[in-house]
Design a protein around this ligand. Structure first.
Ligand code: NAP
Length: 247
């Protein structure tokens, strides 16, 4: 039975996943299981890693390979296909590689818990990178309409200047998917009109270090409900574990 798991990415300064899985193995009494860190300078090194390590049951995938890994896989789960990125690979007995995305479902579960049943409103997503794709997919599943704010000007997105000029309008849920406010850029924050926020607004920040960004702090000061990215982080790890151990 294969009992090795790990994470690929580059550079890999991860501390969360190895610690989380070490705790998981201890809780489940799986003393011989391992979760290892595999820094790959190029994704083309993946086949050699897999050939060398026939004990691998699965891998997490992080920056910068969530998209680049797709051509190396044999099959993609529908959620990963929709999002266009993979953060979890299941290695089957016959060596087939199946790609999944647990970021989107993790965000969906966490957001649905924050909003509660029956919430209705329009969302504003800040940023248009990889994490924003997972957020967009979750909002589509939850049937929450949304717009995207980007530093780039395009016909599909709003600029921060437009939001400042027009105000928050119908948006009651604002989701930060940018790295603004993430350690070590602690004093950066998205340029939105914080003064308009109030108790019927929800702010979700995907950042988890620090636990409270300037974005969340300002929102909470105005009475808005705020949630950081820690719950999503735990949920995506739990969902990866379920994929490796129950499918
Ligand atoms: P990314 O691709 O590097 O950045 C996301 C987007 O943010 C960019 O595409 C860009 O969008 C905008 N952006 C980047 N730098 C900016 C700056 N200096 N000022 C304003 N906007 C900026 O990162 P990502 O992989 O999507 O991750 C984004 C954040 O989500 C990170 O903080 C990451 O740690 C977090 N995350 C958390 C979880 C979790 O489980 N909680 C999971 C995944 C990611 P525009 O070009 O459109 O402006």
């Amino acid at each position: 039975m294969r009992t090795a798991l790990g994470i690929i990415g580059y550079p890999l300064n991860v501390t969360f996943s190895p610690a989380w899985f070490a705790r998981k193995f201890a809780d489940e009494g799986l003393d011989h299981w391992t979760y290892e860190v595999f820094p790959l300078t190029d994704i083309s090194a993946l086949p050699a890693l897999l050939a060398e390590r026939s004990d691998l049951l699965g891998l997490n995938v992080t920056i910068p390979y969530k998209k680049e890994v797709i051509p190396y896989l044999d099959e993609l789960d529908p959620v990963a296909t929709r999002i266009g990125a993979v953060n979890t690979i299941r290695i089957m007995e016959d060596g087939q590689l199946i790609g999944y995305n647990t970021d989107g479902p993790a965000f969906l579960e966490s957001l649905a818990a924050m909003l509660g049943p029956g919430w209705q409103g329009r969302a504003l997503i800040l940023g248009s990178g990889g994490a924003a794709q997972a957020v967009q997919d979750a909002l589509v599943q939850l049937e929450i309409p949304f717009d995207v704010t980007s530093r780039q000007t395009s016909t599909d997105t709003l600029t921060y200047q437009m939001i400042q000029e027009r105000g928050l309008g119908v948006y009651r849920l604002i989701i930060n998917t940018t790295p603004m406010g993430m350690s070590p850029h602690l004093d950066e924050y998205p340029d939105i009109p914080f003064r308009e926020l109030g108790p019927d607004y929800y702010l979700y920040d995907l950042i988890y270090t620090p636990e409270e960004t300037h974005f969340l702090k300002e929102g909470r000061k105005q009475g808005a409900t705020g949630q950081n990215g820690l719950e999503m982080l735990y949920l995506q790890a739990e969902k990866s574990w379920q994929i490796w151990t129950t499918k």
